[in-house]
Design a binder for this molecule. Structure first.
Ligand code: HEM
Length: 411
């Protein structure tokens, strides 16, 4: 087993400069130390496309347990005690390995069918139009607050059959749950976030019980029907994790994709040509996901010692699989830093992962972007940034998204 090399690469994604632009340090890593150990974080980072693919496809060596936990330290006992009041054993599909993963994934694919996704298109469009109606005459707004958050949240809410008036608190609880998994917070914050986690779990237990009693035609009811057919049945906790996961994975990511897309398109002279040109729009969506991947990197834990990218990673080590870096690897994508909606191999990007954990919501995410982007470009003429300080990145370690995007247009 080799000792982790002292890292010459200054990798710190909570550093404000690297939040703004993480790409130079990742390019340096791909070139000089493609798999490196981050002393600050206590995990290895995999930066080249081929190595990222190898990790994602070898789920026997690289376990998905704690796929979202970026903090090197365990949660304090006080926080664990709060979580124990809820459903601490609730597995999330993203964190599980086969055979449990195979069972949960099978359940979701039975209920969350391509037809169900396709059926969202008309109301996806009407929700997006209605949101734009709410600010189009104003001539300026924060697009993250007024559009990028509410659109995917309302789409997921409607799919899951959740009342619109509940969406605000569901959004807060989801954000708190995500925040609980990264370093750099106080005990007080962690306790509050743990309470939000328990509230979110309790909310979905109620929703499942209500569908059990009254039936329904939404995704939660469909999940319950699919679960009844499973042999042996899934425990309640495993079922509970599914709407929990779908709500969170299904909205925060698309929010980030919309914000990143608009910021990127504002700098692209070709952006107006996307309206009415479905092929170009589809290519642009892949490029946006490739260049500004909303999930920059998630985690794996090694089940054995393994050689990768010139490094020897010990058993039991934490590994960050850097999709965002893989997507800018010039070995695979020619002039990878360039936005090219006609790039022939853009869809090889890793923004939705690969292998058994490949994003289940990818078709819905693409559909939401396909609906949202032309509508925004069409309805907000001469869309532009409002001032020098118009946008800011969220302080979420493994994600790339905007907390604010102040824009203006000719109203
Ligand atoms: C642009 C938007 C999205 C991005 C960038 C994204 C990204 C990802 C990535 C990278 C993974 C793989 C995680 C891993 O390798 O550990 C993943 C998995 C997953 N995504 Fe997405 N996602 C998006 C939208 C959605 C939507 C809309 C939904 C639900 C409706 C969703 C549900 C899921 C689920 C359930 C998994 C776990 C799959 C498994 O573990 O088998 N995602 N997503």
């Amino acid at each position: 087993m080799s000792e982790p090399a002292v890292c010459p690469i200054h990798f710190d994604l909570l550093d404000p400069e690297q939040r703004r632009n993480p790409y130079p340090v990742l390019a340096q890593a791909r070139e000089h130390e493609p798999v490196f150990f981050s002393e600050t974080d206590g995990f290895w980072v995999v930066t080249r496309y081929d190595d990222v693919m190898r990790v994602l496809k070898d789920h026997e060596t690289f376990s998905a347990r704690d796929a979202l936990r970026s903090s090197p330290v365990e949660l304090p006992m006080e926080v664990e005690n709060v979580l124990a009041e809820g459903w601490p054993e609730m597995p999330l599909i993203i964190d599980t390995d086969p055979p449990l993963h195979t069972r949960i994934r099978g359940l979701i694919t039975r209920a969350f069918t391509p037809r169900r996704v396709a059926e969202t298109e008309p109301w996806n469009t009407s929700i997006a139009s209605e949101l734009i109606d709410g600010f189009a005459v104003d001539g300026s707004c924060d697009l993250v607050e007024r559009f990028a958050w509410p659109l995917p949240l309302r789409v997921m809410g409607r799919l899951l059959g959740l009342p619109t008036e509940d969406l605000g608190r569901l959004h807060t609880w989801s954000s708190d749950w995500l925040a609980l998994h990264q370093r750099g917070s106080t005990l007080e914050q962690q306790l509050a976030w743990a309470r939000s986690t328990v509230s979110l779990q309790a909310y979905f237990v109620d929703a499942l019980e209500q569908r059990e009693r009254e039936g329904g035609d939404d995704l939660i009811a469909a999940l319950l029907t699919a679960a009844r057919e499973l042999e042996p049945p899934l425990p309640l906790e495993a079922l509970l994790g599914v709407p929990f996961d779908l709500l969170i994975a299904g909205h925060v990511t698309v929010t980030r994709a919309i914000g990143n897309a608009i910021l990127l398109l504002l700098r692209e002279p070709e952006a107006p040509a996307l309206v009415g040109n479905d092929d170009l729009l589809a290519g642009a969506i892949e490029e946006i996901l490739r260049l500004e991947s909303p999930a920059q990197g998630l985690f794996r834990t090694t089940n054995r010692e393994v050689d990768l990218g010139g490094a020897t990673i010990p058993a039991g080590a934490r590994v960050m699989v850097h999709y965002g870096s893989a997507n800018r690897d010039d070995r695979v994508f020619e002039q990878a830093h360039r936005f090219d909606p006609r790039r022939p191999n853009a869809s090889r990007h890793a923004a939705f992962g690969k292998g058994i954990h490949f994003c289940i919501g990818a078709p819905l995410a693409r559909l939401e972007l396909k609906v949202a982007l032309p509508l925004l470009l069409e309805r907000l003429p001469r869309l532009r940034l409002a001032g020098a300080d118009a946008f800011a990145y969220e302080p979420i370690f493994f994600a790339r998204g905007l907390s604010r995007l102040q824009v203006e247009w000719d109203a």
